[in-house]
Design a protein. Structure first.
Length: 104
């Protein structure tokens, strides 16, 4: 209905998956959907992270969440359903969230 072009890495075919990964380059304007594992090493201006409540609660998950948060160059949206992170960000000053994120 909205004609939004999407690229994802959720392909059964290895060749299609590799082709889709190549389109994750910055010049490609399509919406990109990926697992955190497939996104390591990439950075984008706008990142949306979904943290499901799948019963997972570990330091390994903490590392994955950190990796995903550090991929954003400008705007970060987190949709959290995992009880491990319910208090995350609750003490942030809302005005500080308006500052742009700068990449090193």
């Amino acid at each position: 209905q909205y004609n939004i072009k999407v690229n994802n890495v959720f392909e059964d075919s290895v060749s299609n998956k590799m082709s889709n990964i190549k389109t994750f380059y910055m010049g490609d304007s399509r919406l990109k959907i990926s697992t955190i594992h497939s996104f390591k090493g990439w950075e984008l201006k706008n990142i949306v992270i979904l943290i499901p409540d799948d019963g997972t609660s570990s330091e390994a998950l903490d590392e994955l969440i950190y990796t995903s948060i550090s991929r954003s160059m400008s705007s970060l949206t987190i949709i959290n359903q995992n009880s491990r992170y319910l208090g995350f960000g609750s003490t942030w000053n809302s005005t500080s969230l308006q500052l742009p994120i700068t990449a090193n």
